[in-house]
Design a protein around this ligand. Structure first.
Ligand code: AMP
Length: 340
């Protein structure tokens, strides 16, 4: 049956997801969600999900998980995702993703999973709490991606090894069982947004994130108090080194402050000591505000709309399931599994 599948007939599909570990932060917005909205256009099938199964690797509170799924869906809608244009769903609403993950796991060497930096990092940080789900996380992610046969996966830089693993799995499957998958592409520019401490901004990392729903004045206070700048710039008259020594503030200006011209003007002023770190931080907060204020306004309107959100997830789940079930059936068949 499956040999006749015309893979070129599958529409160009953009797919991405976010774990339900808490509310979204500015790193999620810059690395992922703003791209989700860009790809929501005619001719592209866009699919965005809440990765609740992935969340189980670390979050153990069922009530919190249930609530996070609804809250993140509201974040998606507030960011501009439209259920009439995109398929918005919870990962667990499509049980076939789990089946596909199991089938793909038969093609996945364990050593490669153990070598993935995020896994090694978790083992280092919590050696007594490493579950099998953490190890097989990238295989489940490959099933997320390959289930709808995604052609583009907009994610932040930290996810590159996982998408590469999905590409390898797709290739291995195609070579062994006949071409089914197009290799999913990544964005040309993948970013890693620094948190207040200069490390990758993250939900679970040490309090270094800027939450998307934080009042702008709170964000300002946090940057002024905690944002790491050039540690060798002791006095305002000392010339700074924005490119090499400033880890939390200038790198973000480069990403968001009105393109290269304006951010480079700030860099030169830092190097000449004509701008101090406080003013530099204030200007950064203004740039952040421009990006997130429209989101915050829409998010307030959605705060109490749980019924609407459940309906969006219900409808999105049905659509996603239809698409992914088709691929899973082909994979099952190609691998020799028959449902009697
Ligand atoms: P997570 O919150 O780990 O589920 O990540 C969801 C999405 O946000 C993924 O595409 C990540 O790559 C992206 N992301 C998370 N943190 C950052 C960051 N600090 N900079 C850029 N992208 C990020």
């Amino acid at each position: 049956m499956s040999d006749e599948i015309d893979t070129d007939a599958v529409p160009s599909t953009v797919l991405s997801g976010i774990r339900a570990t808490g509310r979204l932060h500015f790193g999620n917005f810059m690395g992922a969600v703003r791209h989700f909205v860009e790809y929501q256009k005619p001719g592209i099938r866009s699919m965005y999900f809440i990765a609740d199964l992935h969340t189980l690797t670390t979050l153990r509170d069922p009530e919190e998980l249930r609530s996070n799924v609804l809250e993140i869906t509201k974040d998606y809608l507030a960011a501009g995702l439209d259920p009439d244009q995109s398929v918005i769903y919870a990962q667990s609403s499509v049980p076939e993703i789990m089946e596909l993950s199991l089938l793909l796991s038969m093609l996945q060497p364990v050593g490669q999973l153990q070598a993935i930096p995020t896994f090694k990092d978790k083992v280092r940080k919590q050696p007594n709490d490493v579950n099998l789900g953490l190890l097989s996380y990238p295989v489940l992610m490959a099933a997320d991606i390959l289930g709808p046969r995604a052609t583009l996966v907009p994610v932040g830089e930290d996810q590159r090894p996982n998408v590469e693993l999905a590409r390898n799995l797709a290739e291995r499957f195609n070579n062994r069982f006949g071409k089914l998958f197009t290799l999913p592409e990544m964005l040309l520019e993948m970013v890693k947004v620094p948190g207040l401490d200069g490390e990758k901004m993250g939900k679970s990392e040490a309090d270094n994130a800027i939450n998307l729903d934080a009042p702008i004045e709170d964000i300002r206070k946090r940057y002024l108090r905690l944002g790491i700048t050039d540690p060798e710039r002791i006095r305002a008259s000392d010339p700074g080194d924005p490119f090499n020594r400033c880890r939390a503030v200038y790198p973000l200006h480069e990403m968001i402050t009105l393109g290269e011209h304006d951010s480079r003007e700030i860099a030169t002023a830092c190097q000449n000591a004509t701008i101090g770190c406080v003013e530099c931080k204030n200007r950064l907060v203004e740039s952040i505000a421009v990006l997130i204020e429209p989101f915050q306004e829409r998010r307030r309107e959605l705060a109490s709309q749980d019924a609407l959100v459940r309906e969006v997830l219900h409808e999105g789940g049905k659509k996603a399931r239809q698409i992914i079930t088709e691929t899973t059936a082909i994979v099952r068949d190609k691998m020799g599994i028959v449902i009697y």
